[in-house]
Design a protein around this ligand. Structure first.
Ligand code: ARG
Length: 399
């Protein structure tokens, strides 16, 4: 029996040509795997059929939207995960999920390798291959664009010569990756980091400068996960989809950043992630209300590490696994309601309440009813600053 390779298939030009290209270069049968992570666009049935028309021996499609929301987006939300404090890891979160399906299908269909359409310059190649290595160390990874010299020009010629059913729409100057957590746009005129993004780039968000009356939305969380929006119960996927609509209308979640790639390149990236940024803003504030001070402070450091690990393709790593246990444990009291006001590109928290709140009005108030004994502060500060005072005396004496 011929050897087999499972290719992560998007339906686009590169991976469509990649099917025949891989077969010709390696002699392996190619199985196409398309994973729906909420990227929208074409029907998965059309994509499945196109892979067969391009020469795949089998074509598998997986609707992984719920799995993506439950197993990848909710952990990211619990971790308030923002790389470089701003990027909600849109692409970085989908790669380990796709890799998990690649490894599963490879084992089920007796393949010895997997393949993906990434170039050799980005993070996504690392994420696919590092995840596959961690899940199925017996598999090898092949990247036709990177390893088998499949350039875009050659792909166009190959598609024409072989009559592949790919409509070569007018050349899209951007490289776009999208899923239900957001959209990433790079290359084209954006490669000059001085060039401002144009309105045309955006799909999930409307122009935040376009004046609209503000909207309010109340998100209910249970143990760190959104369970209702404006009182209506939602699944994690529904919460993300609803908020993409509500926050996207107000232009929430546009990000323009020069980013440090794992491969050492600085790249200019434009993202839009309305639900992600609205949810993280809400979730983080609910933590401020319900989480004990030292835990809250310590967790903010863990969050940065978590985001870097995931950005760097280490979703299935020992450290990430242990941090997840920590993050999960921090969420036990993160339940309650957050009210957001959406307007002009911003999702602003304007109200918070929780049965498990640590906010004590009687301690916080400056009005009558104050139960905080201010006289205790005097001695507290005396002892708190004692080490500073002692060392300051020593420094004065000894220079
Ligand atoms: N720079 C982002 C990241 O590494 C986005 C990558 C988008 N991928 C793509 N093939 N356009 O997560």
């Amino acid at each position: 029996m011929a050897e087999r390779v499972v290719l992560a298939y998007s339906g686009g030009l590169d991976t469509s040509v990649g099917i025949g290209w891989l077969r010709d270069a390696t002699g392996k049968e190619v199985v196409a795997l398309a994973v729906d992570v909420g990227q929208g666009g074409e029907s998965m049935d059309d994509i499945r059929q196109r892979a067969l028309d391009c020469g795949a021996v089998e074509s598998v499609v997986v609707d992984a939207k719920e799995e993506f929301a439950n197993d990848f987006l909710m952990p990211a939300l619990k971790a308030n995960a923002l790389y470089q404090k701003r990027y909600p890891l849109v692409s970085a979160l989908s790669r380990p999920l796709i890799a998990r399906h690649l490894a599963r299908v490879a084992r089920e269909l007796g393949a010895d390798s997997v393949a993906h359409g990434c170039t050799g310059k980005g993070n996504d190649q690392v994420r696919f291959e590092a995840a596959v290595a961690a899940l199925a160390p017996e598999l090898t990874s092949i990247a036709p664009v990177r390893d088998l010299a499949l350039t875009r020009d050659k792909a166009i010629v190959y598609a024409e010569e072989h009559g592949l059913p790919i409509k070569q729409s007018k050349k899209n100057p951007y490289s776009i990756d999208k899923n239900v957590w957001g959209r990433a746009v790079e290359t084209g005129f954006l490669e000059d980091p001085w060039n401002a993004p144009i309105e045309d780039l955006y799909e999930y968000t409307q122009d935040p400068a376009d004046p609209k009356p503000a909207d309010e939305v109340t998100i209910t969380f249970q143990a760190g996960v959104p369970v209702a929006i404006d009182g209506t119960a939602v699944t994690p996927l529904e919460a993300v989809q609803r908020l993409n609509g509500l926050a996207g209308r107000h232009g929430v979640g546009r990000i323009d950043i020069v980013e440090d790639r794992l491969v050492g390149i600085k790249s200019r990236e434009v993202y839009e992630a309305p639900a992600a940024l609205a949810l993280i803003a809400a979730h983080e504030e609910l933590e401020n209300l319900t989480m004990e001070r030292d835990l809250n402070r310590f967790k903010r450091g863990v969050e940065a590490t978590w985001a870097e690990l995931v950005y760097d393709g280490l979703w299935f790593s020992a450290l990430k696994r242990s941090l997840d246990v920590f993050v999960d444990d921090t969420q036990r009291h993160v339940s309650g309601d957050i009210r957001l006001t959406l307007q002009g590109g911003r999702a602003v928290v304007t109200g918070r309440r929780s049965e498990e709140s640590l906010y004590d009005f009687d301690l916080a108030t400056y009005d009558t009813g104050d139960t905080f004994d201010q006289s205790l502060s005097k001695g507290f500060i005396e002892l708190w600053s004692l080490p500073s005072k002692i060392s300051a005396r020593r420094d004065l004496a000894h220079g």
